[in-house]
Structure formats: structure tokens, C-alpha cells
Design a protein around this ligand. Sequence first.
Ligand SMILES: Cc1cc2nc3c(=O)[nH]c(=O)nc-3n(C[C@H](O)[C@H](O)[C@H](O)COP(=O)(O)OP(=O)(O)OC[C@H]3O[C@@H](n4cnc5c(N)ncnc54)[C@H](O)[C@@H]3O)c2cc1C
Length: 352
Amino acid sequence: MNTDEHRSDCAGGVGRRDVLIVGLGLAGAALAWTLRRRGASVFVVDREEQVTSSRIAAGLMTCVTGQRLVKSWRWDELWPFAVEFYRGIEAETGTSLLDVGPMVRFLNTDAEREIFEKKRKGELAGLVCAAPNLEADGRFQPSAAEGAIEILPGGRLRVADYLNVTREMLQRTDSYRCADLRLPGDVELAADGIRIPSLDLVVNRVVLCLGFAARGCPWLDWLRWNPARGEILTVDIPDLGEDRVVHAGVWIARQQGTRYRVGATYDWKSIDSGPTEAGRADLVGRLERVLRVPFEVVGHDSAVRPILHDLPPLIGPVPGVPNLAVFNGLGSKGTLQAPFFAEELLRSIGFG
Ligand SMILES: Cc1cc2nc3c(=O)[nH]c(=O)nc-3n(C[C@H](O)[C@H](O)[C@H](O)COP(=O)(O)OP(=O)(O)OC[C@H]3O[C@@H](n4cnc5c(N)ncnc54)[C@H](O)[C@@H]3O)c2cc1C
């Protein structure tokens, strides 16, 4: 059903659509755009929590991770796919959502420097190089800045803006509702499709893009979770003036003007907690070890990364429930992975 057809179906209730997406985080948004580009009619519901994993994410896409400078999983496929995907949305909506450019990483130990020397000529050739000397420029602690490298390319998506732009696109075509869907209570599996009486909606398929909220969903009680709660600070650093994302035990990413996002912690134990004093102290301590210039914390958030034990994202049909699919497990790489795996999900359910 194309977009014009579904408009005429909408008198009174929502009508009939091809796909209902539950959850507008990075997973649901990527799927909505992908379906739309294929000409499918989509409806999206989200319960509009102010703080979600996607809404507080820094949106970083980095080709090298961890102290061992490991190349990101499937980087050569995922990165160009993601850039083209987000650039397409920018072009269509007249917005600026994605920054692409070099990042800086401080190598803190001799072991890290050795790994860098070895890998720069091997698997990371063309992706990393020595950075101009930052030890003496006064903004960073000289000991921390010793042996900085530049990582290229890297990306940063303004995730909250991207989600807002996506919601506006959906609202313009009467394809969005703020609703907290009870699963499975609000959904009726019928012979002619899936009915959601509270929305007066019938769809051919439902895709659950619930993030860690899927933990409470009986249809998905077989998922093997390994969730990690993450805390992130918003910090004012008037004298830093750095557009590149800096990785130095913490990452520091410019938000706007003198505002930076600083993160992030990983906590596998107190999953249901909000922001903690310990998390804040940890990030502030790490920032003090890196920066010489003064800073002030102005915001502090916490959310749970939807990480599954089987690390690659989970995409595909829900066993035993006809026409129901799941898109989850984006872990700490939702920005990079969501566009590619939205496409893969549609393939896996034989769509289009
Ligand atoms: C501190 C922190 C920093 C991060 N930084 C980065 C980063 O720099 N780069 C990166 O790639 N990733 C980062 N991540 C990870 C990234 O945020 C996740 O990969 C991503 O958010 C997962 O998206 P999702 O759509 O699966 O889940 P979510 O973002 O949780 O979205 C699920 C949505 O579904 C809605 N929902 C749930 N249940 C229902 C229901 N029953 N009815 C209606 N709506 C419902 C929720 O309200 C939510 O809006 C970070 C995460 C954290 C916590």
C-alpha cells in the first residue's frame, strides 16, 4: 500500500498499513526510513520517554575500539552504509545530523603504543596515524596527551535531532502516535492481519524495536540479555575549543559551543538504577586526568544499552508468532549498525 492510499484509509482511525513499528529509538527509526524508501506504508508508536538509550547516546561511530585498538566489527560494510543512509535523510529533510571527521585518541601505555605501531601498517593501515603533538598546547594534561593518534574516519550523529526529524516525517504522513503499547495485551493476532484496537489499526506485520524494554515482553522472554547501564555527562568546557572527538579513558564530544558530552560508564550490575554519584565521580575523575582547563558538569543521564549475549544484532521473525519480528541487540553500536541491519531485517522476513 503506498502513502496516498493509506491516507484515504485514515478517516476515523488509523486504518490499514503494511508494518507497525513499536519503539522509535535508533532501531525503529532506521527501519521506518528503510521501509518508507521501499514504498511501504508504516505506522510507528513510541511511548516518548525523555531518557532512552538512543536519546542520550553520543552517536559516535569509531573504526577502532578498546585499548588493543581493535577494528570495529564489519566496519568496511557498516560505515559506508551508515554514512549514505544518514546523508540521504539530511538531503531529504534539509537538516544537518551527521559530522564526519578525524577523532583523536591518547595512547596511555607503552603496550598501546606498541600495538599502534604494529597495526598502523597492518589491519589499521589508512585508518590511524600519529597526531600532531598535543602535550604542550595547554588544554590537556601533558602525561595524558603523550603519544596521541588520529583516527580517520569517524562519525558523530546528533541522535536526538535525528529521532525528532524522523518523528516529524512520520507525523506529516499521519504515521505516528505516542502510545505505550501493552504487549501482547494491545495486539490481536487475526486471520486477516494483526489488529491494534486502541489505535483502530490493522497491519500485515509488527516489528518490535523496544531496546532493553523488551526484557518485560512475554513474546521475547527467550532473549539472552547481557545489558550494560551507561552514564554520560554534559559538561561546560569554555577553553577546550575542540571539534574532534577525543578518546582518552573517557571520550569528549562537542555538543554545541562550549558544551560537550563526556562518557561513558559500563555497569553490568545495577541495571535498574538511574544516574549515580559513583558514576558521576568516575567520569569526573577520568576527565580531570585528561584536561588541564576547567570544566563544570551541567547534566548527567543514565540508560541501559540493549546488549545480548549473542553479540550481533538480533533481527528476524519471532518464533511461533506469525507476522511478528524483532530488531534488538544494537548494544553500544546502534548508530553504526541500525541502518545496515534494518535492511537485513527486511530481507530476513522476506519483505519486498
Ligand atoms: C550512555 C550511553 C552512550 C551511548 N553512546 C553511543 C554512541 O556513542 N554510539 C552508538 O552507536 N551507541 C551508543 N549507545 C548505544 C545506543 O544508544 C544503543 O545501541 C541504541 O540506543 C539502541 O537503540 P534501540 O532502538 O534498540 O533502543 P532504545 O533506544 O531503548 O529505543 C526503544 C524505544 O522503544 C520505546 N518503547 C519501548 N517499549 C515500548 C512500548 N511498549 N510501547 C511504545 N514504545 C515503547 C522506548 O520508549 C524507546 O523510545 C550509548 C548508550 C548509552 C546508554
